[in-house]
Design a protein. Sequence first.
Length: 171
Amino acid sequence: MLYESPSIYGFKFSATETAPGTGAHNQSAAVEYTQGPLYLAGQVRRVKYGLGITPAINRQDTYFFGGSYNIGYAKLYASYAHNADSNNGAIDNTYQGGVSVPFGNLALDIAYSRTNTPIGGGTPEHYRNTAGVTFDYALSKQTDVYASYLYDKLSTAGTANSFGAGIRHAF
């Protein structure tokens, strides 16, 4: 089941629950606020599997808060996510921030995130740092070309670098 409210003074609320009889017990609630250049969002979600299913995770709780602010020549954004797994006690906290700067048909996007896993999961405390840069060029309102670079470092492993390029067409 899904309920989504109309926008009232920039606020919008939604809630979901898995239909009865499906064997799963999943709920979420979210709130959004949009006013001019400011956008804020928050969500809480619980995923819990029912009888007859052998899940890898009995229950997972997630909290997310994020927002963006358009300052005209750039858009700034940031978010925080907390994820807890009931089976092994693993907890992940992810902090993310970035900026998008348009230059006519070209856009430059730069983002950074850090995930800390302080306890649980059968592994020692570790973290992951990820940073990315994307250039996107609009050929038309529906088609663009892009090139991206991604840096990824897991504290318990080595560093990885990824490159990608492509063309995208929206229908």
